[in-house]
Design a protein around this ligand. Structure first.
Ligand code: ZN
Length: 173
């Protein structure tokens, strides 16, 4: 139904069958607000103004996030790095991964299905150092032995890779 500009940010206003006003930031960092039928443009504007810090934060996040396609180009290189490090850590730990694959994920670096011996690595590891990559490989391999992240899991992790906390910290940034 129109646009408002708040603090230099152009915001599309959409009337919807919703109860509350809600702001959205798209992947291209454009912003829209959905508002209930009887909400005025002025109210929409006030709402957006109150949430400017949130909008800017979301926009910064989307700007930093290179898109999936970019990572698909980096896939072969990451694949060959894993082909070097995975056998190395399988040998050290005596744990064997049955199959692995790469996937673009947003919330975690890897996952493991212990019953199938299947490990999934995040394509975004393509941007990470060998140390970080090796840590994720070791971490997921250890899930073939331990389900959670309990004391026994951490004891083994430290035993194999005393500096793992450093890598974990880097990956959380
Ligand atoms: Zn884990």
């Amino acid at each position: 139904m129109g646009f408002i500009t708040v603090d230099g940010i152009e915001i599309e206003v959409q009337k919807k069958r919703v109860r509350n006003l809600h702001l959205h930031v798209r992947a291209d960092s454009s912003v829209y607000v959905t508002i209930p039928r009887y909400t005025t443009m002025k109210e929409a504007e006030n709402f957006a103004r109150a949430n400017i810090p949130w909008i800017r934060k979301q926009q910064a996040k989307t700007a930093q996030k290179p898109d999936k396609e970019e990572y698909l180009l980096k896939e072969p290189e990451l694949r060959s790095r894993i082909e070097v490090f995975l056998p190395k850590w399988e040998e050290i730990t005596g744990l064997k991964c049955q199959s692995w694959h790469l996937r673009y994920m947003t919330s975690r670096w890897g996952s493991c299905i212990p019953t199938k011996g299947r490990i999934c690595f995040n394509l975004q590891l393509a941007d990470k150092s060998d140390g970080c990559l090796e840590y994720v490989i070791l971490h997921e391999l250890l899930h073939l032995r331990y389900k959670g992240h309990g004391d026994d899991f951490k004891r083994d992790l430290t035993g194999y890779m005393p500096e793992w906390k450093q890598y974990n910290k880097l990956l959380r940034q």
